[in-house]
Design a protein around this ligand. Structure first.
Ligand code: CDP
Ligand code: CDP
Length: 225
């Protein structure tokens, strides 16, 4: 049995992973899985379960009650935790500021990795684009297409502050840098692992970046035939 074609995309915050992966999935008729959204949803759940976020054992204790429903349709993206639609809440600074604390916990990573693999195997689409930090290395190291999306720190911070109007660019930049620092202690998403193709979007606009990722997919799938 052949499952969906898995396209694994990793990269730091603001590199364009989510928006580019979503557009690639749309163009190819593939499913789309935002793994960062699941980490954010678990951080939201832990916060609402009275968990002491600095205490890893306490964070682990919130796993059995984590009831995640994440859509994999690039046109209708929603995330639910139990009865709550958290699609908007997980983008708030309150969640962004603590997500690294839960993402560093090995039991959390193992549990979410299992969820991602089941979601990917369960799609009825011909392929799925999965994006995050450890997709090319841990979640789907055997994926036929693996991409590291990068961009200079200056460009990444600029893109992020353009999105978050009403927040000072300095504060957005500092939070982004602190989060990348914390995250990169747990997984390396700044260097391409063996066999991973780097797409540097520093000098590319959005459409050019989507085209570049599609070109990688085409060249990889041609060489498989
Ligand atoms: O979109 P952005 O780059 O701001 O972040 P995200 O992809 O939504 O990921 C949010 C957080 O989840 C990251 O800062 C990591 O702490 C964590 N994460 C992770 O540890 N592993 C992944 N595969 C994806 C996200
Ligand atoms: O998911 P990640 O944090 O890696 O980035 P994103 O949220 O997908 O992208 C951040 C912003 O950069 C979005 O508003 C994208 O439209 C924009 N972007 C861009 O302007 N040029 C690119 N080549 C890629 C993304």
């Amino acid at each position: 049995t052949t499952g969906p074609l898995v396209v694994a995309v990793d990269g730091p915050a603001g590199s364009g992973k989510s928006s580019v992966s979503k557009a690639v999935a749309r163009r190819l008729g593939f499913a789309y899985l935002d793994t960062g959204a699941a980490y954010r949803a678990f951080a939201w759940h832990a916060q609402h379960s009275g968990v002491e976020l600095e205490d890893q054992a306490s964070v682990v204790a919130a796993l059995p009650t984590f009831d995640l429903a994440e859509a994999t349709d690039p046109d209708h993206f929603t995330v639910r935790v139990g009865e709550h639609d958290v699609t908007a809440a997980i983008r708030e600074p309150a969640v962004t500021g603590v997500v690294s604390l839960v993402a560093r916990v090995p039991e959390v990573r193992a549990a979410l990795t299992g969820i991602f693999r089941r979601l990917a195997a369960g799609t009825d689409k011909p392929g799925i684009v999965i994006e995050g930090r450890d997709i090319t290395t841990v979640v789907a190291p055997d994926a036929p297409v693996r991409v590291l999306l990068t961009a200079s720190e200056e460009v990444r911070m600029g893109r992020r502050s353009a999105e978050l109007t009403g927040h000072s660019p300095e504060a957005v930049g500092e939070q982004l840098k602190a989060r990348d620092r914390a995250d990169s202690r747990v997984v390396d998403f700044m260097t391409a692992a063996d066999g991973v193709t780097t797409v540097d979007s520093t000098e590319l606009d959005f459409d050019e970046t989507v085209d570049a990722v599609i070109a990688v997919i085409q060249s990889r799938t041609h060489s498989l035939r």
